[in-house]
Design a protein around this ligand. Structure first.
Ligand SMILES: CC(C)(COP(=O)(O)OP(=O)(O)OC[C@H]1O[C@@H](n2cnc3c(N)ncnc32)[C@H](O)[C@@H]1OP(=O)(O)O)[C@@H](O)C(=O)NCCC(=O)NCCS
Length: 178
C-alpha cells in the first residue's frame, strides 16, 4: 500500500499559516464600513494596484457606496475580528465571465489569505454558473502574477496589463465517464 503519511502542515494549514485564526465569510451591505476601512488601510501602492490607478480616500468611499451588492459577491478574511483581506467577484450583466479583484493588508500578505479568498470566489463563480473568471493586474505585480499562476490562470496580456483567466470546471465535467 502506498505510504500516505504527510509531513508538515495538513488540512487548511496547507493553504494558510493563519488557519487557526482566520474566519472567512461573505460580506453584505451591512459590512460596507468594514470594507471601506480595510481598503483605506492599504498602502497607496497596493490601493493603486488593486484599482489600477491612484485612489483618494473619497474615491474609495464612493467606490464602496456604489457597489451593486446584488451582482457582487464579496468574501472577507477576518483575523481577530478585523477584516484584513477581501476578494470581490463581480458577476457579468451578460455572458459567463466574472471578474475577481483581491486585496490583502500589508502585514497579512504572503500568508495565503489571497489564495483562500480567490479560491472561494472561484468556487462561488462555479455555483452561479460562470465559465471563466478574469483577474486583471499589472505586469510588474509579481505577487498577483504568482497567485494567478498558482490558481491555474492562463495569462493574456500586453505591456499595460495582464489578464489571468481561470477556466472553471463545470458541474459534472469531472464525473467519472463524463
Ligand atoms: C496580490 C495579493 C492579493 C496577494 O495576496 P497574498 O495573500 O499576499 O498572497 P498569498 O499569500 O495567498 O500567496 C499565494 C501564492 O502567490 C505567490 N505570491 C504571493 N505574494 C508573492 C510575492 N510577493 N512574491 C512572489 N510570489 C508571491 C506565492 O506563490 C504564494 O504562495 P507561497 O507563499 O506558498 O509561495 C496581495 O499582495 C495584495 O493585496 N496586493 C495589493 C493589491 C493587488 O495587487 N491586487 C491584485 C490586483 S486586483
Amino acid at each position: 500500500m502506498a505510504d500516505t503519511k504527510v509531513e508538515g502542515p495538513r488540512g487548511l494549514d496547507l493553504l494558510t499559516p493563519l488557519a487557526d485564526k482566520v474566519r472567512v465569510r461573505g460580506l453584505d451591505p451591512g459590512d460596507a464600513t468594514l470594507l471601506t476601512d480595510h481598503l483605506l488601510r492599504l498602502p497607496a501602492r497596493d490601493l493603486s494596484t488593486r484599482f489600477h490607478g491612484g485612489m483618494s480616500d473619497d474615491s474609495v468611499r464612493s467606490y464602496v457606496a456604489r457597489i451593486n451588492w446584488r451582482d457582487t459577491l464579496i468574501f472577507g478574511a477576518f483575523i481577530e475580528g478585523q477584516l484584513r483581506a477581501v476578494a470581490e467577484l463581480i458577476l457579468p450583466a451578460r455572458g459567463a465571465e466574472g471578474e475577481v479583484a483581491v486585496s490583502v493588508e500589508a502585514p497579512f500578505q504572503r500568508m495565503g489569505l489571497g489564495r483562500v479568498l480567490v479560491l472561494a470566489a472561484i468556487l462561488a463563480a462555479r455555483r452561479v454558473g460562470l465559465q471563466t473568471i478574469r483577474l486583471t493586474y499589472q505586469p510588474r505585480n509579481f505577487a498577483m502574477r504568482a497567485l494567478a499562476a498558482e490558481l491555474g490562470a492562463k495569462s493574456a496580456g500586453e505591456s499595460q496589463q495582464i489578464d489571468g483567466v481561470v477556466r472553471i470546471l463545470q458541474r459534472g465535467e469531472n464525473r467519472p465517464g463524463a
